[in-house]
Design a protein around this ligand. Structure first.
Ligand code: GLC
Length: 455
């Protein structure tokens, strides 16, 4: 019997016996009428038969948690990165921001240090957002950082800062462009389209040529063209020609290597990789009045949910115009990082996790070990229903302290715990099981004895 098989348990009785023959978690989940967890990462090799993609994406699956950075001229106004369009600002007026954008040198070093402290393993920075301003040096336009207020290549500073902290380096690039003269008329004017597609491919070529090895290319908004018009096949071919190890997202109209659910956590089906990108408040670019910050607990719960279902979590900061990080972002990510320094190993997991039913805990899995992340601490006993494998041992992940437990057919209880949560903002239990942890709450509902209740 392989490591992923549920072994015959003679302490399981009656109808539960039929569950014992179940094999892998996906088969088990389907048979139990529960959502099937997606397969991903290294497991995807045989599914997709795309060994090259598996090779390129290995570090990314292991990384799980990344930092998104939205920074550009919109940061000067501090009213969200869509301010140009949503306030109808004329191009000639908006352009003046390019001279006013004068960030401190090497602001990216603090971003990279914070990312590292938060337990993040990669960064993705806006090289050009919808506003059309290039944060990098380019021969193709004067509307770029070295030739305007910053007076230097901000992307280069970012790349160097990220590498100095051991971060993988990602570039965000918006195809949509509100500034370039051909950026809208390319939809209807074939000559404009030709020029604008060449301009776009040219900027991407510079990004893929001038900064050494780049790990992620994160295309955004392909309005107003479709993949054929953008010549996205040719675009990706050029990118892979210049950066054979890179991974690309799905926002240039092609599937790319991974999907990008935005502001929500939705697992992809099958072997498809995915990354949930999210703001830390409600804005990507700096929005001085947005105080709707996620708590450290919410961030960690989201990260746990992504990891459980095999996805990544790309969490955004929107630096101020001088490059400094809003204080609340520092506060939240620092607290997340303190938790990660004790518990990171329980979310940097690679195996999808079928266990999910609890209103006070989230779950991740590595092999036969189930990690139970308790966010509403119930007191000295923590219980879980319907675990269809036998628990061998349990401990508090952060301290290694052993935890007593009792298990019967329907319930496992971890006991003798402190009445107040031992860790904050979540306490993680590491639960070593005899085989892959599978949960079946339907079985608990149907088979829990009801006799003796006095009908
Ligand atoms: C959307 C927004 C954009 C943001 C992006 C991040 O496409 O238009 O402002 O950069 O989402 O995923």
């Amino acid at each position: 019997m392989g490591p992923n098989r549920i072994p015959r348990r003679d302490w399981l009785l009656g109808t539960s016996a039929s569950l014992l023959a179940l094999g892998s978690s996906s088969t088990a989940a389907a048979a139990l009428g529960q959502p099937e967890a997606p397969s991903f990462g290294p497991q995807a090799a045989s599914d997709t038969e795309d060994a090259d993609r598996v090779r390129r994406m290995k570090w990314w699956h292991e990384a799980r948690f990344g930092m998104f950075i939205h920074w550009g001229l919109y940061s000067v106004l501090g009213r969200h990165e869509w301010v140009m369009e949503e306030e109808g600002i004329p191009v000639s007026e908006y352009e003046l921001l390019a001279k006013r954008f004068q960030p401190q040198p090497n602001a990216a070093r603090a971003w990279a240090r914070l990312a590292k402290a938060a337990g993040q393993k990669y960064m993705v920075m806006t090289t050009k957002h919808h506003e059309g301003f290039c944060n990098f040096d380019t021969k193709l336009t004067n509307y770029c950082a070295p030739k305007q207020g910053p007076g230097r290549d901000l992307v280069r500073e970012y790349v160097e800062a990220a590498r100095a902290e051991g971060m993988h380096v990602g570039f965000y690039y918006s195809l949509m462009d509100w500034h370039h003269p051909d950026g809208a008329r390319c939809a209807t004017d074939p000559e404009a389209r030709k020029r604008f597609v060449e301009y776009t491919h040219g900027l991407i070529r510079e990004l893929m040529t001038n900064y050494g090895k780049i790990d992620v290319l994160w295309y955004d908004v392909d309005w107003p063209l479709d993949a054929a018009q953008w010549e996205s096949e040719r675009m990706n071919k050029m990118v892979f020609g210049l950066q054979p190890d890179i991974i690309v997202d799905n926002r240039n109209g092609l599937p790319g290597d991974f999907s990008t659910p935005e502001q929500e956590i939705v697992a992809e089906k099958g072997s498809r990789s995915w990354e949930s990108c999210m703001t830390l408040n409600d804005s990507w670019g700096y929005q001085r009045a947005d105080d709707n910050w996620k708590s450290p607990k919410t961030v960690i719960r989201n990260l746990v949910s992504c990891s459980r279902d095999g996805g990544n979590y790309l969490l955004n900061i929107g630096p101020k115009p001088d490059g400094s990080i809003p204080e609340d972002s520092v506060r939240v990510l620092t607290e997340v990082g303190q938790w990660m320094s004790r518990n990171g190993g329980s979310v940097h997991t690679l195996d999808r996790c079928q266990v999910h039913a609890s209103e006070f805990a989230g779950f991740t899995r590595q092999g036969n070990t189930l990690y139970m992340h308790v966010y509403f601490w119930p007191g000295d006993t923590v219980a879980l229903a319907g675990l269809m494998t036998k628990v061998k041992s349990a401990r508090l992940f952060a301290t290694g302290q052993e935890v007593k437990f009792e298990q019967d057919l329907f319930r496992v209880r971890f006991m003798g715990l402190p009445s107040d949560a031992p860790d904050h903002p979540l306490t993680t239990l590491a639960i070593e099981c005899e085989s892959e942890p599978i949960q079946n709450t339907r079985f608990v509902r149907t088979d829990r004895p009801r006799n003796g209740v006095g009908v």
